[in-house]
Design a protein around this ligand. Sequence first.
Ligand code: NAP
Length: 282
Amino acid sequence: MSDIDTNKAPPLAGVVGFPIGHSRSPLMHNYWLKRYGIKGYYIPVSLSPADFVAGIRSLPKLGFKGVNITIPHKVSMLGLADNVTDRAALIGAVNTIAFKEDGTIWGDNTDGYGFIQNMRQSAPDWKAGSGPAVVLGAGGAARAVISALLSEGVSELRLANRTRQRAQLLADQFGAKVQVIDWHRASEAIDGAQTIVNTTSLGMQGQPDLSVSLDLAPKTATVTDLVYTPLITPFLENAASLGLAAVDGLGMLLHQGVPGFELWFDHLPEVDEGLRLAVLDR
Ligand code: NAP
């Protein structure tokens, strides 16, 4: 008989996606494990859509406490989880799961939380309720941002997306505080906005630049870009050159990882400069 007591095995967690090689989550969680001296492991797991359900179900048997879920599985995970948080249901996707002792799977979505925590840490004077918000883009990331901004007290949210119909679907879901703006009028929608968010993939390495002008933004506006490769996008460069507060998207990625780490490794981790450098250094 084996003398290995599996109950005493170090906790395991990881990130499940397909492909998974691009994920920065292992750098982040392994930095925290080392920094806090925790004997645990965080592992990238590649699971194709065909293997997803069986693969996820096998993880608790292997000793996993839970995992992050990334592209392309976030929506499928919503259907597979036994219980999900209200915010995950609202966003329509799950990015963090825990395997419970009763055999059930609990799911959450921490993207909106990460977005808000990043704004608070990087722009301490920023207040969601201080005025209108403009959200550019209506994809998966926009859902998390819109839901978080509304729950933080934004009373007017102007939403512009290249495909107007996708913006309209989100407005229908999130209610009358969300107004759809034509994509070609996005620069006008910036007038009077206190929070301006790029959730499109424009400005990312290899993608065209985002050509929305910030000239009409009030001097008190805070501008953020979810794109973090490059860390300072041309959109953020423009914001800074106009004297506006500019918040990069790396912090959102780092903050969204906090709840999972705490859940699996029982320690509330900090997002600090050391972590930023560890995740950027690849
Ligand atoms: P997605 O669901 O594929 O949505 C992409 C968005 O970009 C859509 O609104 C799309 O408009 C728009 N878009 C793409 N190409 C465009 C173009 N040429 N002109 C105008 N609009 C264009 O992707 P996502 O998951 O929301 O992610 C969006 C970006 O956010 C990515 O760069 C991703 O890396 C980043 N992100 C960052 C974090 C973070 O933690 N910082 C978290 C999540 C995502 P259409 O609807 O018209 O196609």
